[in-house]
Ligand binder design. Structure first.
Ligand SMILES: [Mg+2]
Length: 325
């Protein structure tokens, strides 16, 4: 079915919300947007692309896709300590389905409002499969960004939330392997929700941006991302797997299938923050962090489990590697 210009005008109307926050001078409707960040701030920009069947199951509901597409970008802003301001959306659609678009745009508008960013532009094209690329724009005070390099020997490694829920949720969504029979319906709902609706840790990132020594968001798997932080900082770490923050659902899963700890630490899609910071900050209950290890001197990127075993630090989820195997 050919898609004419009128259909794309219709699509675009789903995304002209006419919201204007301070800092957004001109949004959707002109050749380009105009942004005026507050004085004394730097602009933070991050892009992520999601493809149906690769980054989420093709039958994922449109409201969940919209949530995740924006949340994963805002998680990168959170990791830098930024405050969201605006985003652009590039949408590749295999067909024009107005019900799908309506649900997608309603959800996108809701989450954008919740996290304080305007849609300021984008493009829509016909594509072989559903493809969503969002570029998120945020601001932070000059010089206060949390970067990957900068961890110091003796720093605590603190992580927000819980780790591994999304990786286990993906197994549920794909019917990939055996699911522990002891898992309750509430456990299943929790794990799927964590997969489909990550919550960017914006408040923690903003609160600790001038105090954490280094940090990033866990998107590719805890071990791989910890390896990235350590590599950028030129240091090593001791990791205490017994200290990993796990949800009740993940704990019940691992009681029956302890081997799936491998999925928990390598699976990715957590969108929690991993920070290297002094113990006084890491242990402050205000931030809700769990200390999972310490930075130490050693070969850059080297991770050893508490007790001596060396962990593979580069085994996280890799879309291209997965395609090759
Ligand atoms: Mg990231």
């Amino acid at each position: 079915m050919p898609t004419g210009p009128d259909e794309f005008d219709l699509i675009r109307r789903h995304f002209d919300w006419a919201m204007r926050r301070p800092g957004v001078v001109l949004g959707v409707g002109d050749d380009a947007a105009l942004i005026e960040p507050p004085p004394g701030t730097q602009t933070v920009i991050s892009t992520d692309m999601l493809i149906a069947g690769r980054h989420f199951p093709a039958d994922t509901p449109p409201d969940a896709i919209a949530h995740k597409a924006l949340a994963v970008n805002l998680s990168d802003l959170a990791a830098m300590g930024a405050t969201p301001l605006a985003f652009t959306l590039a949408l590749g659609l295999p067909a024009v389905d107005t019900d799908w678009l309506s649900s997608f745009s309603t959800s996108l508008r809701e989450v954008a409002g919740r996290w304080g960013c305007d849609l300021v532009g984008g493009d829509t094209v016909r594509a072989p499969c559903l493809t969503i690329s969002i570029t998120a724009i945020g601001t932070l005070p000059v010089g206060e960004a949390i970067r990957r390099g900068g961890a110091r020997v003796g720093d605590c490694l603190g992580v927000t939330g819980t780790i591994g829920d999304a990786a286990l949720g993906l197994r549920l969504a794909l019917g990939d392997g055996e699911v522990p029979p002891g898992l309750t319906q509430a456990d299943r709902s929790h794990l799927l929700r964590r997969l489909e609706r990550p919550q960017p840790r914006l408040a923690v990132g903003q609160a600790l941006r001038d105090r954490a020594h280094a940090g990033l968001d866990v998107s590719d798997g805890l071990l791989q991302d910890l390896g990235h932080l350590l590599g950028a900082s030129g240091l090593a770490a001791e990791l205490d797997l017994d200290a990993l923050p796990l949800s009740a659902a993940a704990r019940r899963w691992l009681v029956e299938r302890p081997g799936d700890i491998d999925r928990v630490i390598n699976g990715g899609d957590d969108y929690e923050l991993l920070l290297a910071l002094p113990a006084s900050l890491a242990l402050d209950p205000a931030w809700g962090l769990t200390v999972i290890g310490h930075v130490e001197s050693g070969p850059p990127g080297h991770i050893r489990e508490r007790g001596g075993r060396t962990l593979p630090g580069e085994r996280g989820y890799d879309h291209f590697r997965e395609r090759q195997t």
